[in-house]
Design a protein around this ligand. Structure first.
Ligand SMILES: CC(C)(COP(=O)(O)OP(=O)(O)OC[C@H]1O[C@@H](n2cnc3c(N)ncnc32)[C@H](O)[C@@H]1OP(=O)(O)O)[C@@H](O)C(=O)NCCC(=O)NCCS
Length: 149
């Protein structure tokens, strides 16, 4: 079951921090973002989507609890929000670190590489961030066309 959360979004901070490890960065989009949680028995995964204007929405945060990763929950949540927003937006964006496995995750969910923002992680985070031992520097944006009805 996937449901939208409108109140007290911070109660899911533990999951949000898995995807975005600096709380002050989460605070920049959490209030204006729409949050969805996936329950399968208990809570498995979460995501937050924002309105970026001009028919574009952005997946700002997606996370599955480590013990439930690689079981299809992330992909299911993305398919849900793409369908949920397809009558409102023409494109969904997602920005991420330049890490091969995460790029391949988004590609498996139908996203294609769009553009990069140079030094995003080094300029905006208060500490160096690493994924699989590689320091994150640029933000890689991927996009997915939604089916406007
Ligand atoms: C990224 C994340 C949300 C993926 O969620 P998930 O529930 O594990 O994803 P799924 O099980 O739906 O996987 C979808 C596809 O990606 C692949 N995939 C998922 N994790 C992977 C990994 N670590 N390495 C390689 N492939 C992976 C799956 O094998 C699956 O491929 P398939 O469709 O061919 O079977 C999850 O790994 C996570 O929470 N990571 C920590 C937070 C994070 O980094 N969020 C993203 C910030 S940009």
């Amino acid at each position: 079951m996937i449901t939208q959360i409108k109140e007290n979004k911070k109660q899911y901070l533990d999951l949000l921090l898995l995807a975005d490890e600096q709380e002050s960065m989460i605070d920049k989009y959490l209030e204006r973002g729409e949050m969805f949680v996936l329950f399968d028995g208990d809570l498995k995964a979460i995501c937050v989507v924002t309105d970026e204007g001009n028919g574009v929405c952005e997946l700002k945060n997606i996370a599955t609890y480590p013990e439930y990763q690689n079981m299809g929950y992330g992909k299911q949540l993305i398919a849900f929000v793409c369908n949920y927003y397809c009558s409102q937006y023409s494109t969904m964006l997602v920005g991420t670190g330049d890490s091969p496995w995460i790029l391949s995750f988004y590609q498996k969910c139908g996203f294609v590489e769009s553009h990069r923002v140079k030094n995003f992680f080094t300029d905006n985070y208060d500490h160096p961030m690493f994924e699989d031992g590689i320091q994150l520097v640029d933000m890689v944006y991927l996009s997915k066309k939604l089916c406007i009805k």
